[in-house]
Design a binder for this molecule. Sequence first.
Ligand SMILES: [Zn+2]
Length: 136
Amino acid sequence: MTAARGSAGTRLEQARVEIAQRRSHAEAATAGPWSADDREVWQSADQETVVVRSWVDENDPDIAHIAANDPAHVLAVLAAADATLDRHAVAAWWDPEFMDDGDPAPCGTCTYDARRVVWPCPDAAAVLDVYAPEPA
Ligand SMILES: [Zn+2]
């Protein structure tokens, strides 16, 4: 990590840690797909393994949300976030030792020809905002 990346580089590290932690939780959870009725979420293959039981109101909207976010779905979302950060990383050719002082790091994907996009580009920033939001 270079100093020139500053807080964005720190946010990238935080996002990678957060993604890894969420992946670990998803991998440890009851495998999906999950289904739900108005009271429970269960593992669909055996229709017996109760993943979550609601002791609150019937038709709790949280139940449908939990069922829609089973481990396989979460792992797919995390893989997409990781892929976006990989694809929109700082340009491999960028070396702060050979740049003018304060020259910001460019995105390796969004910067081409005469177009220069400072990292984090909008794609990387969108992922960072989810997994490593800047302090309010
Ligand atoms: Zn980019």
